[in-house]
Write a new protein. Structure first.
Length: 461
C-alpha cells in the first residue's frame, strides 16, 4: 500500500447523529456535547492518531417527516438537540497544531457577506485549518422557522442560489484585499493601505454585494470547499467548485462509479481531478479481535430504535415511513414510494425481501453508510480494498457509540494502517489544503474557478 488514505472523524454537535438508539449504550458520551472539555479531549485524541481532521455535520432544521411530527426525533435525539459546531473550533484548534475542521454552513439561509467573514475568522484562528461544507438545506422546518416559507425551495432552485453564493464568497476571499494591504505603518498612521482593498461589485440574481470584504486575507484565503450531493446538479456543483467531496455509496462498485463520474465532470470544467479529494462515509466497529468486534456490533443492534431510525430515514428519503407496516416487504407495497425504496435496497441485496424493519436495522448503525466490523487486520484489509478498488481518497468515519467507537479505531485500527503505510504517521504542511494535497498547497490551485478572481486582483494591484 503506497497511497495514504485521508481520514476524518464525522460528528455532530449534539447527543446523537446518524445511529438510532445507541446513545443508550453505557460507554456512549454523546450527552457531554455541551462541555468544551469533551471536545478538547476529542481533538487531542484525533491529532495523536494522525487524523486529518474532524468534519461537523449540521442542520438548520429538524426531522419531522415521520408521522408528521418531531416527537420521535426528540425521543431518540435524532439530530436534535443540536448546538452550533462553529463555536467549538477555536478551542479545539488551540490544543492542536495540525488537526483540521470541516464546518457545515447552508447557502439557503445565510448570506455570502456574513459567511465569508465567519470563515475568514475561523481560518485566521486555526492558522488555515478550516473547510466549509456547502449544503443547501432540504428540511421544511428550516424553511418555516428561518425564512417564513411553507416549505424548502425546489432542489434546482436551491442549487442555483448555492452556485451564486459560492461565487460571491470566492470574490470576497480572493479579489477584495491584496496580500500586502495591511501595512501597519506607524509613521503615516496607516494600518491598511486603502488603495489595496477593492470593491467586488457583484450584482446577480440572488445577491447584491458591491463592497469590500470585512477581513484581511487569512492563511488559505478561501477555506477548503467541501460538498456532498448525489444529484446531477449536486455532482456538477462539486465538480466545478469543491475540493473535497463526501460520498455515501452502498458498496465499492457504486463508489467507483461515483468517483469516476466526479473526476470526468471535473475534467469537463477544466479542472485537474487530482485537485478533488473523495471521502467515503463509513462506520467501523472495531476491537482487539474479530470476535470481540462482532459481539460489540450485536450489542449495538439490540439498542437500535425502530422509531428513531424511521424518524431519520423518513426525512432523508422524503417519505413518511409510518405509512408502511414494519414487517411488510416493499414488493407488496403498491406505491411509487415503496417501489423507490425497494429499488434502492435491492441494489445492496437483491435476494432479500426488504421491509421497513430491515431498513431500520441497517440504517440504525451509522445511518446509510456501509459498516465494517472486525479486529485490526480485518478492518485494515477492508478499508484498504475500498481505496484500491475505487480510487477514493479516504474516509469520513461515522460512529454508533459517540467517542468510544472513534477511540477504539485509534487504538486498534490506526496502528495497523500505519504499519502498512496506509495512514500517515506525521503531518506535513500546516493548513487543511496542504493536509489534503501536499505541503506548499495552501491556496486555491490555478484551475479552480476561484483562482480567476485572484488573477483579477493581481491585475488591479
Amino acid at each position: 500500500m503506497t497511497k495514504e488514505m485521508r481520514v476524518f472523524a464525522f460528528d455532530f454537535n449534539g447527543p446523537a447523529h446518524l445511529s438510532a438508539g445507541t446513545w443508550r449504550h453505557a460507554t456512549d458520551r454523546g450527552n457531554e456535547y455541551k462541555k468544551l472539555s469533551y471536545w478538547i479531549e476529542y481533538a487531542k485524541l484525533l491529532e495523536e492518531a494522525c487524523f486529518d481532521g474532524i468534519f461537523f455535520a449540521d442542520n438548520d432544521g429538524y426531522h419531522e417527516m415521520y408521522k408528521n411530527s418531531v416527537d420521535d426525533s426528540l425521543k431518540d435525539a435524532a439530530q436534535i438537540p443540536t448546538n452550533d459546531p462553529s463555536y467549538l473550533i477555536p478551542a479545539m484548534a488551540a490544543v492542536t497544531k495540525h488537526l483540521s475542521f470541516g464546518v457545515t454552513s447552508s447557502t439557503a439561509y445565510d448570506v455570502p457577506y456574513k459567511l465569508a467573514r465567519k470563515f475568514s475568522t475561523l481560518d485566521h484562528l486555526t492558522d488555515g485549518r478550516i473547510g466549509w461544507n456547502v449544503v443547501t438545506s432540504y428540511t421544511n422546518s428550516a424553511a418555516r422557522n428561518i425564512a417564513g416559507l411553507e416549505k424548502a425551495q425546489a432542489h434546482d432552485d436551491r442549487y442555483a442560489r448555492a452556485e451564486e453564493f459560492i461565487d460571491v464568497a470566492m470574490k470576497l476571499w480572493e479579489s477584495s484585499w491584496e496580500d500586502d494591504a495591511v501595512v501597519r505603518d506607524v509613521e503615516s498612521s496607516t494600518y491598511v493601505e486603502p488603495s489595496r482593498v477593492h470593491n467586488i461589485e457583484h450584482q446577480g440574481e440572488h445577491f447584491s454585494v458591491p463592497g469590500i470584504h470585512l477581513c484581511e486575507p487569512s492563511p488559505q484565503r478561501t477555506p477548503v470547499i467541501f460538498q456532498a450531493g448525489g444529484s446531477p446538479r449536486g455532482v456538477a456543483l462539486a465538480a466545478q467548485t469543491a475540493e473535497a467531496v463526501f460520498l455515501n455509496a452502498m458498496n465499492k462498485e457504486a463508489l467507483k462509479k461515483q468517483v469516476d463520474n466526479l473526476r470526468a465532470k471535473a475534467e469537463e470544467f477544466g479542472r485537474n481531478p487530482d485537485h478533488i479529494a473523495t471521502l467515503q462515509m463509513i462506520t467501523v466497529i472495531s476491537a482487539a479481535t474479530d470476535e470481540e468486534a462482532q459481539a460489540k456490533y450485536e450489542e449495538y443492534l439490540e439498542l437500535v430504535s425502530y422509531e428513531g431510525a424511521m424518524a431519520r430515514y423518513s426525512s432523508w428519503s422524503g417519505i413518511d415511513m409510518s405509512q408502511f407496516g414494519p414487517d411488510v416487504p416493499f414488493k407488496n407495497v403498491e406505491t411509487n414510494a415503496g417501489q423507490t425504496m425497494l429499488n434502492f435496497f435491492l441494489k445492496m441485496d437483491p435476494s432479500k425481501d426488504w421491509t421497513p424493519r430491515d431498513i431500520a436495522e441497517y440504517s440504525g448503525i451509522g445511518g446509510t453508510s456501509p459498516v465494517i466490523v472486525g479486529g485490526p487486520q480485518k478492518v485494515a484489509d477492508e478499508l484498504i480494498s475500498w481505496i484500491e478498488e475505487t480510487g477514493a481518497s479516504g474516509f469520513n468515519l461515522a460512529n454508533a457509540v459517540k467517542f468510544q467507537d472513534i477511540k477504539d479505531f485509534t487504538e486498534f485500527v490506526v496502528p495497523e494502517l500505519q504499519k502498512r503505510g496506509a495512514m500517515r504517521t506525521s503531518f506535513t504542511g500546516s493548513t487543511l489544503r496542504e493536509s489534503l494535497f501536499g505541503e506548499g498547497v495552501a491556496r486555491l490551485p490555478e484551475d479552480h474557478p476561484g483562482a480567476a478572481y485572484r488573477k483579477q486582483l493581481a491585475a488591479k494591484a
